[in-house]
Design a protein around this ligand. Sequence first.
Ligand SMILES: Nc1ncnc2c1ncn2[C@@H]1O[C@H](COP(=O)(O)OP(=O)(O)OP(=O)(O)O)[C@@H](O)[C@H]1O
Length: 234
Amino acid sequence: MKTLIEFKKVTKEYKIGEVPIKALNGVDFSIAEGEFVVILGASGAGKSTILNLLGGMDTATSGQVFVGDQEITRFNEKKLTQFRGEKVGFVFQFYNLIPNLNALENVEFATEVCKNHLDAKEILHKVGLQNRLKNFPSQLSGGEQQRVAIARAVAKNPLLLLCDEPTGALDYVTGKSVLKLLQDLNKETKKCVVLVTHNSAIAPMADKIIKVKSGMIESVTINHEKQSVEGIEW
Ligand SMILES: Nc1ncnc2c1ncn2[C@@H]1O[C@H](COP(=O)(O)OP(=O)(O)OP(=O)(O)O)[C@@H](O)[C@H]1O
């Protein structure tokens, strides 16, 4: 399979006052097109930093990040903004929906800047919210809000879908159904999904598991016996 993402010797340093914090310390890995990847690690390991660099929300201190045929570490502000807007779909722990827009408007608002976006209503149908189009976030459960957030990310028709602890605020059953939705979308659309979590129990649902420890890659495992979320218990 063709490589979609490559990190080469990536470092990220944050400076708080005089003390530098090395959030990433020489990170190398690659991800192929269509892969479902789980990034695992303890709190503070550097998982979100990897996701933020990959999504163009932050910039590396050194090293190279390639997405598709482009080196995004060479992008200026303007190109990074364009990349974030068009190429990356984000799903966060706390949904981050716009409170005064209904479900349909939340999705449409995000797709406005995307040239090749998909139909907002169709995607909301796909995530099971066809009867909730006119509901505002406050009128939806956590699981439903996360489905809107996933629809919003997918409707952009991005190159990749980045999910940072997408089930962190959900109960077990709802979280599981959100993971199943992500797994189904990955299978159906062949879009690459990169999911950050501290929950190692969900690793069997991935094609590839990247373990991060103290800003470094501890291991990269190809999972030859990928499981459906329904078959995983934790
Ligand atoms: N903007 C920032 N400014 C300063 N330090 C930061 C910043 N973002 C992250 N860090 C530090 O970098 C390290 C890695 O953080 P990161 O958020 O990537 O970890 P994580 O594995 O995602 O953790 P968690 O699971 O708790 O979210 C931590 O020590 C963190 O405090």
